[in-house]
Design a protein around this ligand. Structure first.
Ligand code: KPL
Length: 307
């Protein structure tokens, strides 16, 4: 079983996070970034202090890489940075060219791709929960490809806690590339905590087309607190330990800290892209049904998001 993250990494998905990871890693390590389309072999990144960086990155369309039979070296790790609903199809397209023990690192939101891919893939599957903030600005003559709005922390572990040495090695390489990363043994808890935050902020901001901070306004408070109370009961039933400050304070803290952000779901809605509502709300809706919990606010959000 591989336990190091040496060698060349393949990053799949040229969204904000995929480009941020690729640009950061490419300055020190061999990396190839795959996206839907052919693209210039460089990423124009605006850093958190406003600095403009142009970083050389090897890039290819995913389909071209998958079809290449010329025997280019297989990657030692694949970072899946697609949207949650595209992750399994991306892996299936690449699988014939990957060694069956190739480790994966999943960067998806929610809790859909993580259990499904952990079950399907033959090699180790690491999951990440990150607070790195990055977005793709609207295209323009001087627009960067990606804006790294704020640095954060990336937690890495696998759902069965079987690959801590590998998680440590991957976190180490990310740290060397300037992405602060910490291996952990409780990634499921961390993913569910992030899911709770996203389940409140993303659908409400996307539905009402408001920035995250609007959810602190009196008009939204009754809905936010009712939703948090439902999520708290689901988490208890699922035996997900609460955050030390409590669920309401956790979620209000993120609303405040990201007040001027457009949530990723609002960005998807505004850009007419499919949203991640299934990956974010689906696991909570299913858990509430499993435990026979009455969750009217969650059900209403689910209906609005799926409709
Ligand atoms: O992760 C986020 C997202 O938009 O997906 C939050 C934390 C809500 C920040 O916008």
């Amino acid at each position: 079983m591989p336990s190091t993250a040496d060698g060349s990494w393949l990053i799949v998905g040229a969204g904000a996070l995929g480009q941020l990871f690729a640009a950061s890693l490419a300055r020190r390590f061999p990396v190839v970034l795959l996206g839907r389309q052919a693209a210039e072999p460089r990423i124009h990144l605006r850093g958190p202090d406003g600095e403009a960086l142009r970083i050389a990155v090897a890039r290819q369309p995913t389909t071209a890489w998958a079809a290449d039979r010329t025997g280019t070296a297989a990657p030692t790790l694949v970072v899946l940075a697609t949207k949650s609903h595209d992750a399994m199809a991306a892996l299936n397209a690449l699988a014939p060219r990957l060694a069956s023990a190739t480790p994966l690192l999943l960067l998806q939101n929610g809790f859909r791709a993580q259990p499904a891919i952990s079950e399907r893939w033959t090699g180790p599957v690491l999951c990440a929960s990150t607070t790195e903030a990055a977005y793709r600005p609207p295209p323009g003559p001087h627009s960067p490809d990606v804006v790294h709005a704020a640095t954060g922390t990336t937690w890495i572990g696998d759902l069965a806690d079987r690959h801590f040495a590998l998680a440590t090695s991957v976190a180490h390489r990310l740290g060397q590339a300037g992405i602060a990363a910490i291996p952990c043994r409780d990634i499921r808890r961390r993913l569910w905590h992030k899911l709770a935050v996203n389940a409140v902020i993303n659908p409400l901001t996307a539905y009402h087309r408001v920035p995250n901070g609007a959810l602190a306004r009196p008009a939204f408070r009754p809905r936010v607190t009712a939703l948090v109370a439902e999520i708290e009961r689901i988490m208890q039933a699922e035996e997900v330990p609460p955050p030390p400050q409590g669920w309401q304070a956790l979620i209000d803290g993120v609303i405040q800290a990201t007040a001027s952000n457009h949530s990723s779901m609002l960005q998807d809605v505004l850009a007419n892209r499919p949203t991640e509502h299934d990956a974010i709300l689906g696991p909570l809706v299913e858990a509430s049904l499993r435990h026979r919990l009455d969750t009217p606010e969650l059900q209403a959000l689910w209906r609005a998001a799926s409709g």
